[in-house]
Ligand binder design. Structure first.
Ligand code: HEC
Length: 115
């Protein structure tokens, strides 16, 4: 019995830690933990990065972010600042600093738990 309970608990923990295979069920409900970042995110990135039709990689969509992340963070951040295809320069966030872009990109790519 105890063994069964701990097995269930272990699989729940594993499920919670496993990377999302596709877009999250409700991307619009996700927001950065930091209040300043949350405000910047809500005022810019979120307008596109929770809308599948925008063509933007959705927030926490591990599958969509994987090939982009492989370009290297420097390239990603360059694309944020310079713009890239339908991604507008600076993500339409005039008050974002380079550190903000880095943190926001990590949040959306689901990499904000890594250094
Ligand atoms: C007007 C819509 C829009 C807004 C606002 C927006 N993005 Fe994007 N973003 C896009 C689209 C569309 C793409 C996909 C471009 C492509 O690959 O065709 C994209 C791609 C990206 C990429 C991946 C670039 C790459 O090299 O693959 C990053 C990183 C990114 N956005 C970060 C941000 C951040 C950070 C913000 C907020 C500060 C933001 N975006 C705001 C539309 C937007």
């Amino acid at each position: 019995m105890n063994h069964f309970v701990s097995l269930v608990a272990a699989s729940l923990i594993l499920a919670a830690c496993a990377p999302q295979p596709g877009p999250p069920a409700d991307p619009a409900s996700l927001t950065p933990a930091d209040p300043r970042l949350a405000e910047l995110y809500a005022g810019s990135c979120k307008a596109c990065h929770v809308v599948a039709d925008s063509g933007a990689p959705l927030v926490h969509d591990a599958k969509a972010w994987a090939p982009r992340w492989r370009q290297g963070e420097a390239v990603l951040l360059d694309h944020v600042v310079q713009g890239y295809k339908a991604m507008p320069a600076m993500g339409q966030c005039a008050s974002c600093t380079p550190a903000d872009f880095k943190a926001l990109t990590r949040f959306m790519a689901g990499k904000d738990d890594q250094q």
